[in-house]
Design a protein. Structure first.
Length: 314
């Protein structure tokens, strides 16, 4: 379950070149903040309550869909950053998602957001869960997208998806099958065009370097995550209201993972949206409305189930 597939996909597309495009008036200004033993590269956009954006394995802060960021930045101060060992950040001294959660807390405090809403996608969902468990006073509301609860409650994708996920250099066609459903491959290519324009215009940083050694260490951290039920047990004590969102056709992280998270967290809700692993990009406007409703404490009005309903679907 690795968003590094997206990183490979994006790097291949950027290498092919793209026409320059306007950044709609916003240009990303990257900051470097020294933390204990390393430094974190980050940028922000938008105004309002802080929303920390945690991306997946082998991915940088530049790889979020630009349209989704524009939508979320209308009412929130988005804080986007590179994990230690990734992109423009310094070395990663740890070896677990707990250590990445601690680094995230340190960064948020340094940026003047000691308490924030948190959105974690894919591996970022592992880090976000550890934030909510180990640092409950730092998380106002929690959004988990395309992730799993760990241990024997985690449901892995299809054998084909797992095989592609393990390939060091998967083909573009294989990557597209992971991120977008078979009948939405053109949408994946449109995403690439949006990202190329945003990168060339400065709306997102030109920040796509992910060392292979870091990817291997992030992937290695998934092994103890899947072997232990510790995280799933501790989700029962999460204080933050939690939205667990799934792609209805995600071959990497089946929706049952998010149902189980929503059922375990005391104030959990479950949502299923059209799409595969990149459903939050494919259904970006719908996802943004869902997020806005959840963070604003309002009913989203579609595709949302309470934790009790989620229990009935297990």
């Amino acid at each position: 379950m690795r968003a590094r597939l997206l990183a490979v996909f994006v790097l291949a597309a950027l290498a092919a070149g793209a026409a320059p495009g306007a950044a709609r008036g916003f240009r990303a200004e990257v900051h470097l903040t020294a933390l204990a033993g390393t430094r974190i590269a980050w940028y922000e956009r938008g105004h309002g309550p802080p929303l920390a954006m945690l991306t997946g394995t082998g991915s940088t802060m530049a790889e979020w869909d630009p349209t989704l960021l524009r939508l979320l930045a209308r009412r929130h101060r988005l804080i986007l950053f590179d994990y230690p060992g990734v992109g423009r950040s310094g070395p990663w001294r740890g070896d677990s998602f707990d250590s990445l959660a601690r680094a995230t807390v340190s960064l948020l405090k340094a940026t003047g957001a000691p308490r924030a809403d948190v959105l974690g996608w894919s591996m970022g969902g592992f880090v976000a869960q550890r934030l909510a468990v180990d640092h409950p006073g730092r998380v106002s509301r929690l959004i988990l997208a395309g992730t799993n609860p760990g241990g024997d409650r985690a449901v892995l994708g299809t054998p084909r998806a797992q095989a592609i996920d393990s390939e060091p250099h998967p083909s573009e066609a294989a990557i597209l099958r992971e991120l977008y459903p078979p009948d939405r491959q053109a949408e994946g290519r449109r995403f690439l065009r949006r990202l190329r324009r945003a990168s060339r215009g400065g709306e997102v940083p030109d920040d796509f370097r992910v060392p292979a050694a870091t990817v291997r260490r992030q992937v290695a951290a998934e092994d103890p995550w899947l072997r232990s039920n510790r995280n799933y047990r501790q989700l029962g004590g999460v204080e933050a209201p939690t939205l667990a969102a799934a792609g209805a056709r995600d071959p990497v992280v089946p929706p049952l993972n998010l149902r189980r998270i929503a059922a375990r967290v005391p104030r959990g809700r479950f949502a299923r949206l059209p799409g595969a692993h990149a459903f939050l990009f494919q259904s970006r406007r719908r996802f943004a409305r869902l997020v806005e409703g959840f963070l604003g404490g309002r009913p989203a009005g579609f595709a949302v189930r309470s934790a009790r309903s989620a229990r009935l679907e297990r």
